[in-house]
Every structure is written in C-alpha cells, then in structure tokens.
Design a protein around this ligand. Structure first.
Ligand SMILES: Nc1ncnc2c1ncn2[C@@H]1O[C@H](COP(=O)(O)OP(=O)(O)OP(=O)(O)O)[C@@H](O)[C@H]1O
Length: 367
C-alpha cells in the first residue's frame, strides 16, 4: 500500500503543485490520478519514486517513509512507464526490456530470457526483439515500455500518461492489454491521465485532482459517476456522465422476453407471431440472423425468404447496460438481443425493459 499523508510540494519558485494530499493506494489495485492540466498529477506520481521530493508530509510505501530509502533501492521495486515509452534509441528492443535486470547484475542470458518472456506477455512478436525502437509503431513502443517496467517484477508500477500519444484504437487495445496483465499480475499501479474515460475504464479507484494539487474526490468509478462530490468534479466528468454510468451497471438487470424468436426454417402457415411487431429470426443453432417486422412475414414459406433488418447484441452475464443500449440503437426494432458467450440467443430486451432499467438507475442517483 502507498499512503500519502498530508503531502505538499512547493517548487523553488513558490508554485504549490500539490497541497496537503492525503490518500491511500491499495495494494494490488489500479488507482488513477486524473484532473486538468497542471493539477499536480505528475508531481504526485514522481514523489512516490523520489524523482521529486515532497516539501511537506510523508509518502509511505508499505508503512516505510520513502525519504528513508535511497532512491536507487526504492526505484528497483517501482516500475515506471512514461508517455512515448522513453526507450533507448540505440539499444535493441530485447536490451531495452532487459535494462533493469542488467543493472541488477543478472547474467546476460537470464536477463534476455526474461525480456523475451515479457515481450510475449505484452503481446509482441519475438521477431521484434532484435529491432530498434524506431522500427516499431507508437503502440508497439508503448508495449515495450510496459515490458521494460515489469522486467524486474516490481510490486509497484507508476504509469504517467503512458497511452496518450497513440491513436484511439491502439489506445483502447493497450488499455485492454493492461487490464488483462493486471488480472494476472496484481501490481499496485498508480496511473496518471487527463482523460476521464481512460480513468473510469482502468481505475479500481479514481482520484480527481484540481489545480493546486487538491484532492477533489476519491472513489470507485461507478460511485464517482453517480455521485460527484462537487461542481468541479461534476463539470470535469462532463456531459456524458449519465451514459458513462451505464458501463458500470450489468446488462443482467434487464428483463428478457424469450417468446420473440422464430427459426429461419419455420413453416409460416398458419401465420404466427403477428401480434408482436418484431421477431428475431434465428438459425438452427439459435444464433440471430436479423429482425423481421411481423407485417413483413410471408403468408407461407419460411422467414428465410424474407428481408431481415440489422440487429445488435449484448452478452448476458458479461456486458453492461451501455452495451445493451448500444444494441438497441443498432436495430430498427429498438430491441436488443441478449446472447450467451457463444452467440446463441437467450432472450430479447425490449424497449420497455430498457426503459424500466434506466428509470431504476435514474431513481438511484443521489442515494
Ligand atoms: N520544476 C518546476 N518548477 C516550478 N513549477 C513546476 C515545476 N514542475 C511543475 N511545476 C508546476 O506545478 C504544477 C503541477 O505540475 P504537474 O506537471 O504535476 O501537473 P500535471 O497535472 O501532471 O499536468 P499535465 O497534465 O499538464 O502534465 C503546474 O502548475 C506546473 O507548472
């Protein structure tokens, strides 16, 4: 656990970058520092590994004041990842990753073997090992940066806007990768970003800082989005706060109907389903093929002969209400198809079911 105890940083010119910051970063969790430019995120992060020394208060690492630990020893237990990876341009990828093991005096074979293992872990092909950083894309370089920070298996990882220099698609995949890695490794991670979407996606807890290095709120993402502590936090969270909240509500809240499917091979004589405006046509394995409006059902023959409308699905037991809402918006029926992990239809969330769930959430605001 990392503990900030009334930590202050006043730079030589009098700027107070961090003001009386007290918070705890629990072991094995991702704590995100988020806030507008200049609010003291980077300063707070760098005081943990003493790249910057606090001018007041204490930072404790598992109960030990970091000021009592000499910086090289301290940093051996703390991985550090920065924007644009900060790789050594003249060293091969494998040697970049092995930097800390080399410094720790590991023999070259063992250090390189560890580096190769980590490259694979962060999703890079072993072919990359002998390249130089300029021969990699920005996203690949970031992965190398993460591998390098993990090389000596430090219990703590500090990440300063590590994904902000890559395009949104690469960024999303790096975020997924970090969450996957963290599920295996359980590091204590402090992650700095100015992007609230990144913060609520990655953080077990999110610390919102305001300019002057004051802690405005520390909460898990769902609580932060539901109950911002004050106007500053509310404004920082932005206009999409309500929609973002849906990501933290399980789609399993939705009542499903199981009587709205029709097999593509079903004989339609006598006509059926005509009292429901829309039906899901499914294949023989119960996978969705599309929506059909009842009025378009042929009088005889099978639904396979009819024109099907597009559909959206969400996975029951995994996806959020936001995914379910997205699925309704992708379908002219206005209904979302719930599927299991293998893509088989388990039911339909109608617009009414969605309305009910949304009303419940809206009712819960301010609890
Ligand atoms: N060496 C320094 N001397 C004086 N002031 C500094 C120094 N480094 C940072 N500051 C000031 O301290 C404040 C906090 O800076 P910091 O870099 O920690 O903010 P940040 O939240 O990480 O910002 P950004 O998101 O823009 O990177 C800013 O006002 C900055 O100008």
């Amino acid at each position: 656990m990392i503990t900030f105890n009334g930590v202050t940083k006043r730079y030589a010119d009098g700027t107070v970058a961090v003001d009386d910051l007290s918070l705890e970063v629990p072991t094995g969790e991702i704590t995100v520092f988020v806030g507008p430019s200049g609010c003291g995120k980077t300063t707070s992060l760098r005081m943990i590994n003493r790249m910057i020394d606090a001018t007041g208060g204490q930072i404790l690492l598992d109960g030990v004041d970091v000021k009592t630990i000499d910086p090289p020893t301290l940093r051996r237990g703390i991985g550090y990842v920065i924007q644009q990876a900060g790789l050594f341009p003249h060293r091969k990828i494998v040697d970049n990753v092995a930097t800390v093991p080399y410094l720790l005096g590991w023999d070259k074979g063992k250090a390189r073997a560890r580096a190769m293992e980590l490259l694979e872990r962060v999703g890079l092909d072993s072919k990359m090992a002998d390249r130089y950083p300029f021969q990699l894309s920005g996203g690949q370089q970031q992965r190398v940066g993460v591998a390098r920070a993990l090389a000596a298996d430090p219990p703590v990882l500090l990440m300063d806007e590590p994904f902000s220099a890559v395009d949104p698609i690469v960024r999303a995949s790096l975020q997924e990768e970090l969450l996957r890695l963290q599920a295996e490794l359980n590091k204590t991670i402090v992650f700095v970003t100015h992007d609230i979407d990144e913060a609520v996606k990655l953080g077990d807890r999110v610390a919102v800082l305001q300019v002057g290095g004051k802690l405005a709120q520390l909460a898990d993402p769902a609580t932060l989005l539901a109950r911002p502590a004050d106007d500053f936090v509310r404004e920082f969270l932005g206009r999409d706060r309500g929609i973002r909240r849906l990501s933290f509500v399980s789609g399993d809240e939705l009542r499903l109907r199981t009587d709205l499917t029709v097999p593509a091979s079903a004989e339609l004589s006598p006509p059926r389903g005509a009292n429901e405006p829309w039906l899901v046509v499914v294949d023989e394995e119960n996978r969705p093929l599309g929506w059909i409006a009842s009025k378009d059902l042929p009088e005889s023959g099978t639904p396979a002969d009819a024109r099907l409308a597009p559909y959206g699905t969400f996975v029951r037991g995994r996806d959020s209400l936001r995914a379910a809402l997205d699925a309704t918006l992708l379908s002219p029926s206005g209904n979302a198809i719930a599927v299991d992990e293998s893509g088989r239809v388990v039911g339909v969330a109608t617009r009414e079911a969605l309305d009910e769930a949304l009303a419940l959430i809206a009712g819960g605001v301010g609890d």
